[in-house]
Design a binder for this molecule. Structure first.
Ligand code: FAD
Length: 408
């Protein structure tokens, strides 16, 4: 007998899990989540730094963060599983007038959208928070105390466990290999193909029929693409285009290090983009290498250690004494879009196919909002949380690209 589901979600990372949770919360439980790996979290979710922040530059990202951070603050009670949300804050440090003006503009927008606790900080305030920081060239910065960190694996598991308690099914070890979309004409001749191709060019959507997997065919009318860095491949299976590209991102943990406080915010040196936070007994170092090129590269490059340590020691001189074992460092994939905003919403040419992709480094922190918005769109066709049309894939063809410059 053919398996059926009201909704099939492809990918069980933090985003697919949040969509499953929000659908189940709204009473939609005949949902099947398909994951090709034997365990959840083998994609980008398990590689993430776990940072959450409301300090963005565009209204839609600020709104997504506000909903998500409020959600994380009550996650344990509401979802019934721990998120390990730590409100240690994010501290942006500016070293030139351009960055200062940029932070001031962002702060005004954040305040206007209800994130009222973003504070302006002086170099003296900054030194009080992290005495080891070199501040001779720092002009000021912003600090938001409810920014901080979560444990991405716990959040993902919490969402999925809660959804499964409500009846959602999760199939691990199940790779999606194809998506069937209704043909416009039923023939197989060259003329029939020509008619199909011509009608496809009109973008009038064709309905989804089902999904082929390594465990057989699943009949469904609704597919949510939550396949992270692999999302463009899934879209292509249905004949849809999705501008999402993988980009390697590397993180370097230090050995136990007690020369920085036990508790301090995520610190961002805007002069280089270097940022760091405490992770257990050590420090987790991050830097966006501008020479990185897109591709499915998940090997850690040992030459990255010297590059990042140079930036680290320049801003935090005591970090020159930190031990680093390159074998404990790791790499994962960001899912990048041309304007560094997520793509959420229906595919224009395939009825029943929804995207929730391309988080460009923010998929963990925006997972509550993206799950909620996607569930709203699937069930109601609109969302009260944000104007979802801003994030539709159509924005690229229609010249409505957004631009987020607060990318880490
Ligand atoms: C080093 C690093 C640091 C980061 N730091 C942060 C941070 O501080 N804060 C933040 O918010 N974000 C951060 N991110 C980004 C964040 O991790 C991602 O945006 C987020 O995890 C995306 O979640 P996802 O569920 O969409 O994708 P994934 O977690 O990648 O899940 C996608 C799933 O789809 C499955 N899949 C793919 N193809 C198929 C198929 N054909 N059939 C079945 N299953 C399939 C994959 O196996 C995978 O499990 C970071 C990312 C990296 C790499």
């Amino acid at each position: 007998m053919t398996e059926t589901a009201d909704v099939v979600i492809i990918g069980s990372g933090i985003v697919g899990s949040s969509v499953a949770y929000h659908l189940a919360q709204a009473g939609c439980t005949n949902v099947l989540v398909l994951e090709r790996e034997a365990h959840q979290g083998k994609g980008s979710t398990g590689k993430s730094m776990g940072g959450v922040r409301a300090q963005f530059s565009t209204p839609v990202n600020i709104q997504m963060s506000k909903y998500s951070i409020d959600f994380f603050s009550t996650f344990d009670e509401v979802v019934g599983h721990p998120a390990d949300y730590r409100a240690h804050g994010y501290l942006f440090c500016a070293t030139n007038e351009k960055h200062l003006a940029y932070l001031k503009g962002n702060k005004e927008r954040q305040n206007a959208l209800g994130v009222t606790n973003v504070e302006w900080v002086t170099p003296e305030d900054i030194v009080k928070m992290v005495p080891q920081l070199r501040v001779d060239d720092i002009l000021g910065g912003t600090f938001c105390p409810t920014d901080g960190f979560v444990d991405p694996h716990s959040v993902m598991m919490g969402f999925m466990l809660n959804a499964r308690e409500k009846g959602v099914r999760l199939w691990l070890d199940t790779q999606v290999t194809g998506i069937d979309v209704e043909a416009r004409t039923l023939g197989t001749s060259a003329a029939s193909k020509q008619i199909n191709d011509r009608l496809d060019a009109t973008l009038v959507p064709r309905p989804i029929l089902g999904v082929h997997t390594t465990r057989g065919f699943i009949s469904t009318r609704v597919v949510v693409n939550a396949a992270g860095a692999w999302a463009a491949q899934i879209a292509e299976m249905a004949g849809a285009e999705l501008p999402v590209e993988p980009l390697r991102r590397q993180l370097v943990p230090t050995e136990p290090f007690d020369q920085l406080p036990q508790r301090f915010p995520m610190v961002i040196d805007m002069s280089t983009g270097f940022h760091f936070r405490r992770e257990g007994k050590g420090i987790l170092l991050a830097w966006n290498d501008p020479d990185e090129t897109s591709g499915f590269k998940t090997e850690f490059d040992p030459t990255f250690v010297e590059k990042i340590l140079t930036r680290a020691a320049s801003r935090v001189p005591v970090l020159a004494e930190a031990g680093v074992n390159p074998r404990r460092a790791w790499a994962g994939l960001y899912e990048m879009t041309p304007d560094h905003h997520a793509i959420i919403g229906p595919a224009p040419n395939v009825e029943g196919l929804y995207f929730v992709n391309g988080f460009s480094g923010h998929g963990v922190m925006h997972s509550p909002a993206s799950g909620r918005v996607t569930a709203d769109l699937v069930l109601k066709g609109h969302s009260d949380l944000i104007d979802a049309s801003q994030l539709s894939v159509n924005r690229f063809a229609e010249g409505r690209s957004l631009e987020e410059t607060a990318i880490l």
